[in-house]
Each structure stands twice: as C-alpha cells, then as structure tokens.
Design a protein around this ligand. Structure first.
Ligand code: FES
Ligand code: FES
Length: 255
C-alpha cells in the first residue's frame, strides 16, 4: 500500500519520508528507518519518557514546542512540523546545548538510558521558559519532568540541571527561519490521506466528515485527532483512550 509522504523539518532541512505504514510509530521510524538510535525505547507504551523528542508547530504565527513520547506517536502525525531528537542539540563543532551542559555539570546521568529523554524534556523547557526569560522554579521543573523516569540517579541532580540551564550561553532557535520553512511545506501535505489509510483532520468539519465517510474505521479508532478541534466529538474518535497521542507521558508522579 502506498501512503502519502511525511514531510517535516529537522536540523533546518526538509525531510521527506515515503511509504511509511500508517501504523508505524515515530520511534520506529527514528530508530529503525533513520538509524537515529539516540532516542531510546524503554516501556514502549508512554510511561517512562525514554523516547522523548520535541515537536515544533506553527500556531498563530508562533512556534510552539511540545515534548512528546515518540513510542506512542504515529509517524504520520508529525507531518508539517519541526522535529528535534537528542542528536540534534549539539552544535556542529560539538558544543553542547545548555540542556546537555547542565546535565553534565550537575551529574544528572549514570547508566544514561533515561538521559536522552530527560535532555529532550529539558530542551522543551528551555524553549518554552528559559528563552521567554522565565525562571525555572523547582515546582515547574518537577512538573515538566514528571513524565520521565530514572532508576539510577535520584532526581535531585536532574532538577538542579533544569534550574541551571539558563546559566549557560544562550542557544536560541532561529524561529523566523523555521516558521518560513514550515510554511513552505506544501499545504496539501497536511490533512487527509489520499488512499484513506491515515486521516489527520485539522478542523472539526474535516473530522466529522471523515467519521461520516468511514464509520467502521472511526469505530476502530483509526481516525487520529490532530490538535484541538474544540468539540467532545473529536475525542470519540481519537486513537487511544483520552490522551493526546504521544503527548506527555501517562505518568504524573511526584519526583
Ligand atoms: S519508551 Fe517509555 S514512554 Fe516511550
Ligand atoms: S541514569 Fe540510569 S535510568 Fe536514569
């Protein structure tokens, strides 16, 4: 079965992937198709955060950043977005990103298996808070890292890292350039799959139309809601049970 090409921006370049099965997860694509094994698989079901990557999406002319679990995120759902994995943070000359530098400095890693996931959650925090001039409080750090589990270090040094990222030289994303590139991804790239294998409605009207056209698929949960559509009906056909696909781990434990 031929599926629509997935297009996204990574490291400032347009990536196009053809013939990705609609059921393939982003983690499978990263590790098995693109050989990007920096992103780890732990639980494989959205609980541990080892597979965390960050997605950037243009919303109202601005970029929004979300740390998500790539093991429960279907690869087709990142069509039209920007993607960062742990391999994308260090500069070409090897200089570490503040999220990485702070983890090293605070001794936030032992066996290292959870570290790529923590670093990516820290990167999301860096973009959403540090780059906005906000101070990372202990409470904010604990909340934002609540979807990442570590069995080795204890969380104190990782929380310390979150609170000291801002001490390192700033590494901003060129958002104007990225927004421009996201705009250039063909408008037709988002929305409905020509061969009906994968649906990613972007409006409530599209969602209801897809459900009406394919009631059996909707019942089997194959319609994937993308972003807020502002109606409870959207949730009725969302894949999975009541959770935004791949966003935020199921766990919100005290650290
Ligand atoms: S591998 Fe555990 S949340 Fe994805
Ligand atoms: S450093 Fe080993 S699991 Fe976190």
């Amino acid at each position: 079965m031929e599926t629509k090409t997935i297009q996204f921006i990574r490291r400032g370049e347009l990536v196009s992937l053809g013939n990705v099965p609609p059921t393939r997860t982003l983690l499978e694509v990263l590790r098995e198709d693109l050989s990007c094994t920096g992103t780890k698989e732990g639980c494989g079901e959205g609980d541990c955060g080892a597979c965390t990557v960050v997605l950037g999406e243009a919303e109202d002319g601005k970029l929004t950043y979300r740390a998500i679990n790539s093991c429960i995120r279907l690869a087709h759902s990142i069509d039209g977005m920007a993607l960062w994995t742990v391999e994308d943070l260090a500069a070409d000359d090897g200089m570490l990103h503040p999220a990485q530098e702070a983890m090293v400095h605070c001794h936030g890693s032992q066996c290292g298996f959870c570290t790529p996931g923590f670093v990516m959650s820290l990167f999301g925090m860096y973009q959403n808070h540090v780059c906005q001039g906000e101070t990372i409080t202990r409470e904010l750090a604990a909340e934002e890292l609540s979807g990442n589990l570590c069995r080795c270090t204890g969380y104190r040094p990782i929380l310390d890292a979150a609170q000291t990222m801002a001490h390192w030289p700033a590494v901003p994303v060129d958002e104007a350039d990225l927004l421009q590139k996201l705009k250039q991804i063909a408008p037709g790239a988002r929305g409905f799959q020509a061969d009906s294998s994968y649906f990613s409605p972007t409006t409530l009207a599209q969602l209801l139309s897809a459900r009406a056209s394919h009631p059996r698929r909707a019942n089997r949960g194959r319609l994937h809601r993308r972003g807020p559509v502002g109606d409870q009906d959207a949730h009725a056909v969302q894949q999975g049970a009541g959770r935004h696909p791949g966003q935020g781990a199921a766990s919100h434990r005290a650290l």
